[in-house]
Design a protein around this ligand. Structure first.
Ligand code: BGC
Length: 367
């Protein structure tokens, strides 16, 4: 009995010490911060309010950081690089201890981050890699290459290409914003997976446009995607329909659906093509339910925010944050130690479980 009591006691002491050292309950990443670290200012710089996901990212970060005892300066930069730089400068002046930055242009923060380094401020790149500087300490994101693989695998499975279906199927390919490092990973994941079928002629890109320079949509703009889709439909699809549109994310998929609708898709003789996406934005989940978009990739912003709060806690406690990738994300100057969260496939069959039962959205939001 005595032995059992001492083992239990030892475990209890160990757990308390761990919590003290990390300042965080490892399970939730929400634990309170003790002593002088409590009340420290954390700057959170988000790119824009115009896309739903960043509002969610920002709200989650603020809530979780405040629950952990920090003060939070949360800023949105309306997709303007200059605005984001001056917001970060402001955070430095206010004495932020850690900066969490989802950049607009991954290559434009070198100057301001040199200033941050002089003040010993740690920097976490949030979702998008910050490039061209040594002054970025960690990167927290979803596995961006895998996002593209999930989209491509959906196309392959749906058309049974892996079971030998020969098509040929017509396809067009869209790319994300050329100033966002993620766009190249989504593209690579999808195109590496689809390449054998393009090479063998089972998938036919009628426009011939498959290079990032030809297919990228600046600023991830829906209108940009809509305009390009309009042009493709007019130039290449007047006699036969397009069967597949590979869209890297939901904002592009919104523009693509608008274009397809205007061109008469969505009827019995002209059904919507297979259309991919990413983010599970509310508009797009409605598109999934309406049969206008085939799938999306769910990146639970709560998971990413919780991970970043754990990173902040570790930094503030002077310990090393948990990392699960030290190979993939070279920013031109160094490999940035990263934590990659898992993206998840979503479609009309599993959205209830993924998005409603998990409390991510309410039924009303999807009406
Ligand atoms: C994010 C995507 C998002 C896109 C447009 C990317 O960096 O990873 O989730 O759809 O930016 O905001």
């Amino acid at each position: 009995m005595k032995k059992i009591i001492s083992v239990v006691l030892a475990l209890f002491i160990l757990a308390s010490v761990t919590t003290l050292i990390t300042g965080c309950d490892a399970q939730s990443g929400k634990g309170a911060v003790s002593g002088e670290r409590s009340g420290a200012l954390i700057g959170v710089a988000m790119p824009t309010k115009s896309l739903q996901r960043w509002n969610q990212d920002g709200d989650n970060m603020k809530k979780m950081l405040e629950e952990a005892g920090y003060k939070v300066d949360l800023q949105y930069a309306a997709n303007s690089v200059e605005t984001q730089i001056s917001q970060i400068e402001n955070m430095i002046t206010k004495g932020a201890k850690v900066l969490v930055i989802a950049s607009i242009d991954g290559e434009s923060l070198t100057g301001v981050l040199a200033e941050a380094a002089k003040e010993n401020i740690k920097v976490i790149a949030y979702d998008r890699l910050i490039k061209g500087t040594e002054h970025v300490d960690y990167y927290a994101t979803f596995d961006n290459y895998k996002v593209g693989v999930i989209q491509a695998e959906y196309i392959i499975k749906t058309l049974e290409l892996d079971k030998g279906a020969k098509g040929p199927f017509t396809m067009e390919v869209f790319g994300g914003s050329p100033d966002d490092n993620n766009a190249y990973y989504f593209y690579a994941g999808a195109m590496d997976t689809l390449k054998p079928y393009i090479d063998s002629g089972v998938l036919v890109v009628k426009s011939g446009q498959t290079e990032m320079e030809q297919i990228a949509i600046m600023g991830w703009k829906s209108e940009g995607a809509q305009a390009r889709m309009d042009n493709l439909l007019t130039a290449y699809y007047s006699d036969e329909p397009v069967d597949i549109v590979l869209s890297p994310n939901d904002s592009l998929a919104q523009g693509i659906v608008a274009s397809l609708k205007a061109a008469g898709y969505g009827s019995a003789d002209k059904p919507y093509p297979i259309l991919t996406g990413q983010d599970c934005d509310i508009t797009n989940v409605k598109q999934l339910i309406a049969g206008e978009q085939s799938m999306s990739v769910f990146k639970d912003t709560r998971t990413l925010a919780a991970k970043v709060v754990e990173m902040v806690n570790a930094i503030m406690a002077g310990t090393e944050p948990e990392i699960n990738d030290t190979k993939t994300y070279h920013n031109g100057v160094k490999i940035v130690p990263s934590y990659l969260c898992e993206p998840v496939f979503a479609d009309v069959n599993n959205y209830r479980e993924l998005l409603l039962e998990s409390g991510y959205y309410t039924e009303d939001q999807l009406k």
